[in-house]
Ligand binder design. Structure first.
Ligand code: AMP
Ligand code: ZN
Length: 467
């Protein structure tokens, strides 16, 4: 069976095949954070979804190049820089660093390329120049450069590929300079915004005059630079379909004359009491808020991964408490399997891996994937309790879990991953005991304890546990 994904372009579930003639390499771009504040867990739902897509592709044998940009110049950022009387880099650097810390805490794999918009001004200008040369962009009286929807459509191109737009009801020729607008106000949008006093020191020279890029052109320029003029997958939250992604398509196809992206994937929103979690509504939690309440990134990841990506998901603190319980069930089972397997290794047992794989291949049916995991936990616990799981079977079960967890990314670190310093101390204690130097052995045990580790002597040897 092959991986199937819902493509917003075709509004249907399609078999995924990469552009690479060898069928191996996949280019994937996910719109990254706008670094004007800490990301809230609604944002994180989208980034964890992107991580799931990447890991699923890798699980299916593809070699993924994952690109996630950092939006470090746009309307909201400039407003905050002005309010905080700081510099652009100082302001965005703080939130970019926090974002990358949270990304790690949530167990997301780091994207291979993380381009910053401010470091791609030359590419952005180059793209705008192409659009001007092709006659689909123009400089307006306010000094800014706009994308002409009429001219673009006049060349036989389609504006409104992700969303059906009714042009008969629209007033054409109008312009919008803000980065964010509703589909009711579809209009020529800004590619290059002429410098105004409110921008302070945030401006660059360009052939069109001093100014700064619009938000949409940033993603076109960065994705084309990293992945080429046509690439496989483009992701984001569903609110980005319009205008952001529609404008990205128009700018990219308008400049290159080639199809921009093969598969568009959009994640549904995270809700709080049936409303979109957003900064504007003030109904949001950051990861840091939840950590302060005693939850971990791993628990938040589990909760965000518990729902099908195309369905909205209601966030509650009770749901997060449930994540703690569910993870404890998995951890307990995996720990028992690991203990039984000892140092024996095996190839993954097929049952769990096959059920998990076929669930994910059906447009990332995560509910069926979790059902396979919990069925495995139940069955494994039963066999351990009955004493019918042999050591080689435990090793194969452990290998299967590790294969599955390469996609879920929620597994607890195995005891084999104790820091080198701790492992060295434990070995020194074993040596001291062998030499009957019990005083030294006790001193080392106390030292380990002071560093947060307990050492247990078991019939199979020593065991290290984090306190
Ligand atoms: P931003 O930093 O505002 O550019 O948003 C980053 C990502 O988070 C985008 O892909 C948005 O579509 C997504 N996003 C924003 N709010 C939510 C939400 N409540 N649930 C899921 N994704 C969201
Ligand atoms: Zn984008």
């Amino acid at each position: 069976m092959a991986l199937k994904l819902f493509n917003t372009l075709s509004r249907s579930v399609q078999a995924f095949t990469p552009l690479d003639p060898a069928g191996k390499r996949v280019g994937m771009y996910c719109c990254g954070p706008t670094v004007y504040d800490f990301a809230h867990i609604g944002n994180w739902r989208t980034f964890v979804f992107a991580d799931l897509v990447r890991r699923t592709l890798e699980f299916s044998g593809y070699e993924v190049k994952h690109v996630m940009n950092i939006t470090d110049v746009e309307d909201k950022i400039i407003q905050r820089v002005r309010e905080n009387q700081t510099t652009l880099r100082e302001f965005t650097g703080k939130f970019e660093a926090a974002f990358l810390e949270d990304l790690k805490a949530l167990g997301c794999l780091e994207p291979h390329v993380k381009p910053r918009a401010t470091e791609h001004i030359a590419e952005i200008i180059g793209l705008i120049e192409k659009l001007v040369a092709r006659g689909v962009a123009y400089k307006a009286a306010d000094g800014s450069v706009y994308f002409s929807i009429d001219k673009y459509r006049g060349c036989g191109c389609q504006y409104g590929q992700l969303l059906k737009l009714n042009f008969d009801e629209m007033r054409t020729g109008e312009r919008v300079s803000a980065d964010e607008y509703e589909k009711e106000s579809v209009a020529d949008f800004a590619l290059w915004k002429a410098r105004v006093p409110e921008d302070g020191a945030v401006f660059w020279p360009s052939p069109f005059g001093e100014g700064r890029p619009g938000w949409h052109i940033e993603c076109s320029a960065m994705s084309i630079k990293a992945l080429g003029e046509t690439f496989d997958l483009h992701l984001g939250g569903e609110d980005l379909k319009f205008p952001h992604h529609e404008d990205e398509i128009a700018q990219s196809e308008g400049a290159t004359g080639k199809p921009f992206v093969k598969f568009w994937l959009h994640g549904a929103h995270l809700l709080v009491e049936s409303k979109k979690m957003s900064k504007r509504l003030g109904n949001y939690f950051t990861l840091r808020d939840l950590v302060a309440k005693g939850f971990t990134g791993r628990e938040v990841r589990y909760l965000l991964l518990s729902a099908y990506y195309r369905e909205t998901f209601n966030f509650t603190l009770d749901g997060l408490a449930g994540a703690k319980t569910a993870l404890a069930r998995i951890d307990e089972c995996v720990a028992k399997v690991r203990e039984l397997a000892g140092t024996t290794t095996a190839t993954p047992a097929s049952g769990l891996v096959d059920a998990f794989k076929s669930a994910l291949e059906e447009d990332l049916n995560i509910s069926a994937a979790w059902a396979a995991v919990f069925e495995w936990v139940r069955e494994t616990n039963k066999r351990i309790a009955e004493n019918t799981l042999s050591v080689p079977e435990a090793a194969a079960a452990l290998a299967a879990w590790e294969r599955v967890d390469a996609v879920l990314g929620i597994g607890k670190k195995s005891e084999a991953e104790v820091p080198a310093e701790i492992a060295a101390l434990a070995e020194a204690r074993v040596a001291a005991k062998k030499a009957k130097d019990f005083k030294r052995a006790d001193t080392i045990r106390d030292e380990l304890k002071a560093k947060g580790w307990v050492i247990e002597d078991t019939p199979k040897g020593i065991k290290l546990k984090k306190i």
